[in-house]
Design a protein around this ligand. Structure first.
Ligand SMILES: Nc1ncnc2c1ncn2[C@@H]1O[C@H](COP(=O)(O)OP(=O)(O)OP(=O)(O)O)[C@@H](O)[C@H]1O
Ligand SMILES: [Mg+2]
Length: 310
């Protein structure tokens, strides 16, 4: 049984088509990144999947249950985090989870045992009885994840769960999501950051203008990308004279210093081209301490794929 099946989904806002014939299947136990730039249609799609918005046409099945025909049953297996959650500021996480668990028809016992479990999962056990009002945005987001998994759904849908968080908050949320992956949940998460999808997801669906541009495993998508951003660290200080010389090597593009003794550049090709480049740099007399791919070219490629589609 496929956890999420979307067929020919369309959403029009007046004359504007925000979701354009989207068809997509999410397989059991996968962590799918729903990647796209601002305005791509991510939130609109996710609101339809979570029954917050009605589609213009098309259908959505969660565990084979049609969300329009049978919303209650379809939603019973779903946990969601959509938009920055607004909790009652004067309630504690325990009180909030008790209230939400009751709404979802959970028994008092399962609420209390499960609350302890989910707060542990999101590393908020120590805050279970503190008022949410004084929590940071990152802590509130972790509570949002806790409530999403409270009733033990098999599917979790999240709309840009790290948006608006500082780097540490982002890292904490990503770590929790990675942990959920190993707990057999099927996860569908939107993001506009390729690096984030690359870090936590197994599969990626790239969308823009409400249409799918590419989809497949993250490894395949990245493997198909034959351009890399490379960072080299050297024993020498990299001054303008060095930069000037390095820039003359064939194949080096977008070269710049990235520190007193390091530089980055873009290189077309794969392992072979990389090995040849390393040799060329060393033959100039550079003592290379490290030489590795950095993620930035991926962002460039992602932008160029989006640009191509416009
Ligand atoms: N209620 C609405 N009425 C009219 N247009 C809307 C409405 N909601 C969304 N749109 C439009 O639909 C398009 C898709 O919006 P959506 O919020 O789904 O994008 P998104 O991918 O979530 O973007 P972001 O990264 O900014 O969150 C946008 O052009 C947006 O302006
Ligand atoms: Mg959005």
């Amino acid at each position: 049984m496929e956890p999420i099946v979307i067929k020919d989904l369309v959403k029009d806002f007046g004359g504007f088509r925000a979701v354009d014939n989207l068809t997509l299947t999410v397989r059991d136990g996968t962590f799918v990144g729903f990647l796209g730039p601002n305005g791509a249609g991510k939130t609109t799609t996710i609101k339809i999947l979570t029954n917050m918005l009605r589609a213009t046409s098309g259908s959505v099945y969660l565990n084979s249950v049609d969300i329009v025909e049978n919303p209650k049953e379809a939603m019973s297996n779903l946990g969601a985090v959509v938009e920055t959650p607004e909790f009652y500021q004067y309630l504690t996480p325990n009180e909030t989870l008790a209230y939400l668990g009751e709404l979802r028809g959970m028994s008092a016992e399962s609420i209390s045992s499960r609350s302890a479990e989910v707060l542990e999962t999101v590393k908020m056990s120590g805050w279970a009885d503190q008022r949410i009002g004084k929590f940071s945005k990152g802590m509130k987001q972790r509570i949002a994840i806790a409530q999403a998994i409270l009733h033990h759904p098999s599917i979790i849908i999240l709309d840009e769960p790290t948006s608006g968080l500082d780097p540490r908050g982002m890292a904490e949320v990503r770590e929790i999501l990675s942990g959920l992956k190993s707990e057999k949940y099927t996860i569908f998460m939107s993001s506009h950051l390729l690096s984030e999808v690359q870090e936590v997801c197994d599969e990626v669906v790239l969308i823009d203008h409400g249409k799918i541009l590419r989809s497949g495993s993250v490894d395949n998508l990245l493997g198909s990308i034959n351009i890399h951003r490379i960072e080299a660290r050297t024993l020498q200080q990299i001054d303008n004279a060095w930069l000037n010389n390095i820039s003359k090597i064939e194949g080096i593009e977008e070269l710049r210093a990235s520190g007193p003794a390091s530089f980055v550049f873009t290189l077309k090709g794969g392992d072979r081209e990389q090995a040849i480049m390393l040799r060329s740099l060393q033959s100039m007399g550079l003592d290379i301490v490290s030489f590795k791919r950095s993620g930035i070219a991926l962002e460039n490629l992602y932008l160029s794929m989006i640009k191509e589609s416009r």
